[in-house]
Write a protein that binds this ligand. Sequence first.
Ligand code: FAD
Length: 767
Amino acid sequence: MEQVSGCDIIMGEHTGRNRACHTRPIFSSARRALPTMSDTEREALEAGDVWWDAELFTGNPDWSKLLDMPAATLSAEEQAFLQGPVEQLCGLLDDWRINWELRDLPPEVWDFIKANRFFGMIIPKEYGGLGFSAFAHSEVIRKISTRSVATAVTVMVPNSLGPGELLMHFGTKEQQQYWLPRLADGREIPCFGLTSPEAGSDAASMIDRGVICRGSYNGREVLGLRISWHKRYITLAPVATVLGLAFKAYDPDHLIGNQEALGITVALVATNTPGVEIGRRHLPSYQVFENGPTWGRDVFVPLDAVIGGPERLGQGWKMLMSALAAGRGISLPALSAAGVALAARTTGAYARVREQFNIPIGTFEGIEEPLGRIAGTAYLLDAARRLTCAALDQGHHPAVTSAIMKSQATERMRSAVNDAMDVHGGKAVMDGPLNYLGNLCRAVPVGITVEGANILTRNLIIFGQGAIRCHPYLFEEMMALAEPDLKKGLDRFDKVFWRHVGHSLITVMRAFGRSWTGGRLAPAPDIGATARFYRQLSRYAASFAMVSDMALLTLGGRLKRKEMLAARLGDVLSELYLLSAALKRWEDEGRQDADLPLLAWCMETGFNTIEVRFADVFANLPNRFVACILRFINQPFGAGHRSPADALTKHCAQLLLDPSETRDRLTAGLYLGKHEEGLARLERAFALAIENEPIAKRLRDARIYDWRAAKKSGLITDIESERMAALEEAVAKVVAVDDFAADALSPTSKKPTLDNATLASRSTGAS
Ligand SMILES: Cc1cc2nc3c(=O)[nH]c(=O)nc-3n(C[C@H](O)[C@H](O)[C@H](O)COP(=O)(O)OP(=O)(O)OC[C@H]3O[C@@H](n4cnc5c(N)ncnc54)[C@H](O)[C@@H]3O)c2cc1C
């Protein structure tokens, strides 16, 4: 038998004769072991494309591909829109009134949004839309999010997964010409109904159905669908004029072909169609964007209602997944980046002006720690948002990176907003018009749940889809194994399998060399201060490629059920992506030295997470022998990287406590309030605190904590005392919280009363 040399394998030069000896038995057993995959799973896996995520999966990313990519930018028209209509819209919004008084956007805001075509940001100009880039779309949502989450969600939904996007990509010409101009100018309000009570995360298990039949439509007998559905949680449903509906189509009478079950289909149903019911409103986490259920029984629509026409019957899942691959990378990451930037700006300012124990709370290390985290997270998240938008604007539909973005962005928003709430103490807990954070905190679970709930996305999607789509060989191998024609399948498999083996051997050597030298020999662009970060990332990419291969080899299809392991590997991939984005931001912004501590903080934190996740994978991989080898190769000296040094965290915190270009870069493009609003008060007090810092310092040094006493003792002049009085007043306005008349909070009873059961239990001492 001819021997296969390592070199043959590495070069992929395996002859046809070897195939019989080596490939056929591997092919046969791999085919038997291949987990069954439903059509919907396959379509979800195949959706979108790959890009930098695939480069990371090679284990040897080519950094020039990342660095050569053009940065996301705005056109002059997009900039003008942000400075014009978006600024005006923000000025019209009063979040407290929207949430607690109106429980809706005011009519003038709805009109403004429609008139300025906010609902048509993604619709091309030829159909009357704004035809904006992904980055412009993201910037608009980001700015509105800092003002009103309900408004941001209202604007984002028609521009995200839904009728508009589906029509643009899959609609017939007639559908596009009819619907797109009407959606762009707000004559039609769309919503998209996928989720039903029984089918949430497993949306493909829906029982909503459409049966092909003949029926009467506009006085004519036509072929159509009789659709029955019950959907819930549908954003904009209560005000929608057109429903995008996902249901399973059936043709029991074979009116269009031999197949009975046609599969998931998406159609447009006008809400004034007889039989369409829109239910009462849901109230998601007290966010008052319109959301509610809808149902219908045997609602008849012609086949033309199917998006893309009758030939798209049964293709709905594929269409949805490909639309999700792009949309998920824009809206929620923009909202999350806005939340983190707002947390950074306000928490830094508040920690500067709020004093306890006679000094600003921002000088306590306990406060510096969350402040540093918020600052680093703001840098990282916005970097990733920009990079993802840049990829989308280059024409990519990156399914894996958009899943990373959705879950990581919302998760990091959650932690940054929690930190911000903690630093603000009671100020952010007390609700009212002066509270600029509380509502954002309530909104967090919405972001976590929608567009693929985070637990599912982290545990199942990121690594599961990433491994198959981004791995250099796995997808092709799986396609070969699934090939019904055995000979063809073997041929395809043979071509790729030995290249995979060669790749794996090289990866093991790479991971070994880079790990044992602490990444010092790993490749990096010649890029000065940040080269060490590239080296570490190159090292971890090699380890990730190796560990992924071994996990896939030892667990095969079982990895799908080993969600905790898959989640950890997904976390490593996510870190590699986010950290690449931070490095790219540093370059795109012209290597701002003052921002280097933030970049370093992101890197140190990310490296630490990667090391911890690897250690947990090694500790839990069922094949203990392989786990030991993996640990020996990749963590020869233990899980080495510690979290950022305290001095670095303090430095990052300081960047939020002082005005600087770095602080402005981190928080650029936010709406900072007007008049006596809470945010505007905070901005004013912060500016005064900075201006008067030399006077305040003189007082502190003299251990005099009241400017009145300082004035009396001659330590400060009259003018200085006036300035301190103005600062004191401004700070008092920031620290103030709202209160309400009892009957404003409880209209039915003027005074809070205890019910009889509680009174009885108190008098007997029972708890
Ligand atoms: C405010 C809001 C707006 C929405 N807007 C719309 C809309 O416009 N249109 C629409 O169609 N839908 C909409 N949804 C629905 C949303 O997409 C679903 O809520 C989401 O898909 C999760 O479904 P579920 O809530 O039923 O949770 P479930 O599916 O019951 O999930 C519960 C938990 O189990 C986890 N889980 C499920 N499967 C797995 C698994 N295999 N592995 C690990 N964890 C798993 C989930 O991550 C989640 O944490 C909206 C929801 C909300 C809350």
